[in-house]
Design a protein around this ligand. Structure first.
Ligand SMILES: [Zn+2]
Ligand SMILES: [Zn+2]
Length: 318
């Protein structure tokens, strides 16, 4: 890859995590502290070749770190979350929160408990600069110098991964997020919608996306209720619905994480400002019950319908 083809920081972040299996592997590592190949395979029902491929990519992307261990006199390898991966925890919590608000499902999601106040709770997005919360898409302004934030390169995993048993697995709480985030084109198209792009031709010229891919994704987003179509049939406008606008929290954490951990070519970063304080927007999560900022070590998930309750604290390094 030449320098001019290097994707933006967000593009690199999406290459690293914008894949359904990758997100599931990380989620299991966070929630169940899975670190061994066989445990991911059994947990996810994923083929060994797909799993091996994703773990290899996660190691190459500095998201998993191989660590040898001894078992029955043999040396084996387990994989630990790196610091870069650990920093994804608020993104995973925000995904849980958004799915809880918007994705209908038959089985309950795990519940989040905030250990500081002791309540079963939900989270809301705040601005780390001024501590105000909640912050919504409408409270921030995003500026870009060039359209190159959308340089995501050609996705390596074109095929969609359909998990038919997702509905019955209480931990697979990503069904709709996967549609939006588990595919790199989807995410940049959604990002463009957050930047105010509304018309087919504008998406196309801004992103350089093939018309067939674009119309496919716009149709999917409309079906999911994330975008709504206005205007005449010949010149439709795609606007974010409340559900789509609310996805902003997830988007904000992807941008924040991506731009902190990856470096793109000059002038390809998005600059997000919190209007109320005028500072660069750094998202944080706070507890809806007590209003305090939450930290990774002070929350845990509880699986529903499991007696005795199973506590799932989020993994840390090591
Ligand atoms: Zn602020
Ligand atoms: Zn609390």
């Amino acid at each position: 890859m030449t320098v001019t083809e290097r994707p933006s920081a967000i593009g690199q972040a999406l290459l690293a995590i914008g894949d359904q299996w990758t997100l599931l592997i990380l989620q299991r590592a966070f929630l169940l502290h899975v670190r061994r190949f066989a445990d991911w395979r059994d947990q996810l029902g994923v083929s060994e070749s797909v799993l091996a491929n994703r773990i290899k990519e996660l190691v190459a992307g500095d998201l998993l770190r191989p660590a040898p261990y001894r078992e029955q006199g043999r040396t084996r390898t387990e994989y630990l979350l790196t610091e870069r991966a650990i920093e994804l925890w608020p993104l995973l919590v925000e995904i849980w929160s958004w799915e809880r608000r918007w994705a209908p499902r038959r089985r309950g999601l795990p519940e989040l408990t905030h250990d500081v106040c002791g309540n079963r709770t939900d989270v809301e997005l705040g601005c780390a600069g001024c501590a105000r919360a909640p912050v919504t898409a409408r409270d921030t302004e995003t500026v870009r110098d060039a359209a190159t934030f959308a340089q995501v390169t050609v996705p390596r995993h074109h095929r969609r991964t359909v998990r038919s048993d997702g509905e019955h697995d209480p931990l697979s709480y990503f069904p709709e997020t996967f549609e939006l985030l588990g595919d790199r084109w989807s995410t940049v198209i959604l990002a463009a919608a957050f930047l105010g792009i509304r018309r087919f031709a504008d998406f196309q010229s801004e992103l350089g996306v093939a018309p067939s891919v674009l119309s496919n994704r716009l149709r999917l987003f409309t079906e999911l209720g994330v975008l709504a179509v206005d205007g005449p049939e010949t010149r439709p406008r795609y606007r974010l619905t409340e559900k789509g606008l609310d996805f902003y929290g997830i988007f904000a954490f992807v941008v924040d994480w991506g731009q902190r951990w990856f470096t793109g070519p000059p002038r390809t970063d998005l600059r997000v400002t919190h209007r109320a304080c005028g500072q660069p927007f750094r998202p944080y999560l706070r507890c809806r019950s007590c209003g305090q900022a939450i930290s990774r070590s002070e929350v845990h998930f509880v699986l529903p319908e499991v007696i005795p309750e199973r506590r799932l604290p989020l993994a840390g390094t090591g």
